[in-house]
Design a protein around this ligand. Structure first.
Ligand SMILES: NC(=O)c1ccc[n+]([C@@H]2O[C@H](COP(=O)([O-])OP(=O)(O)OC[C@H]3O[C@@H](n4cnc5c(N)ncnc54)[C@H](O)[C@@H]3O)[C@@H](O)[C@H]2O)c1
Length: 254
């Protein structure tokens, strides 16, 4: 079978670890050049080394997705190095359960920072990335939502939840605006995934509690989200835009 992203280039934010790293590895396996964007230089370089170790092509570019100048430079780095961009995977996000809680308990400083990383990042990535996709003749934009955007939880992370919810509306607006440019935009809503983002909070007791509420009886592995990103990045999803893909082991179906 032909590689599904042969000749394409993907900019993936937060590709230094977790779902983003797994997505970089999978996209590279499928023939893409990957631009590994991350705030953590060591993590980004490690992902690049892993991709290259498997015979793939990758570039590390370091910056904060919440900062306009950083994202503009990261997009330019990727486009210059590979000569084009076809996929924007706005994956970077933070879940800070200690600082982002109920509106009653959260400081403005942390509200703003969580919203900036999880939501404003999509503004910068698409503002600077979509012109590159247009130059390439079309492409795919992937936003990373969460089941948190679809349901309230008793353990509140209100800034995270609000940011992920707003990404749904942005997905639809981008899908409608840029369909004429052959640019599709879709959003993935993962349930709980075994990544460094969850690691500080996933005690054995909490893991068992979560797993009890998931019909498939377990939390996801990063590759199970990366494979959905691959579907959205590739022509396999050529008639999909403005869609939400829930990947949660049945959690929100219950
Ligand atoms: N893990 C889950 O359970 C889960 C569930 C639903 C949604 N998600 C979403 O999936 C995405 C990836 O999550 P993950 O679990 O792989 O996270 P992770 O913490 O394992 O990895 C996130 C990566 O993003 C990078 N990053 C963080 N802040 C950044 C910034 N300001 N600028 C640039 N890079 C930054 C980190 O350095 C890290 O490499 C996030 O948007 C997250 O909200 C995750």
């Amino acid at each position: 079978m032909a590689a599904r992203l042969e000749g394409r280039v993907a900019f993936i934010t937060g590709a230094g670890m977790g779902i983003g790293r797994e997505t970089a590895l999978l996209f590279a396996e499928e023939g893409a050049g990957v631009v590994v964007g991350d705030i953590d230089a060591n993590a980004a370089k490690e992902t690049v080394a892993l991709v290259e170790g498997r015979g793939g092509r990758a570039l590390a570019t370091i910056g904060d997705v919440a900062i306009e100048a950083d994202v503009r430079r990261m997009v330019a780095d990727g486009a210059r190095h590979f000569g084009r961009l076809d996929v924007l995977d706005n994956n970077a996000g933070v879940l800070w359960k200690d600082r982002d809680r109920s509106v009653l308990e959260t400081d403005e400083k942390w509200w703003d920072r969580v919203i900036a990383i999880n939501l404003k990042s999509a503004f910068w990535v698409t503002k600077y990335g979509i012109p590159e996709l247009r130059r390439a003749g079309g492409g795919s934009v992937i936003l990373m939502g969460s089941v948190s955007a679809l349901a309230g939880f008793t353990r509140a992370q209100d800034a995270y939840t609000a940011a992920k919810g707003a990404l749904i509306s942005l997905t639809k607006s981008l899908a409608i605006q840029f369909a004429k440019d052959r640019i599709r935009c879709n959003i993935i809503h993962p349930g709980i995934v075994d990544t460094p983002l969850q690691a500080p909070y996933l005690t054995e007791a909490l893991r068992r509690e979560f797993e009890g509420g998931i019909p498939l009886g377990r939390i996801a592995q990063p590759r199970e989200i990366a494979s959905v990103a691959l579907f959205l990045a590739s022509d396999d999803s050529s008639f999909m835009t403005g869609a939400e893909l829930v990947v949660d082991g049945g959690f929100t179906a219950g």
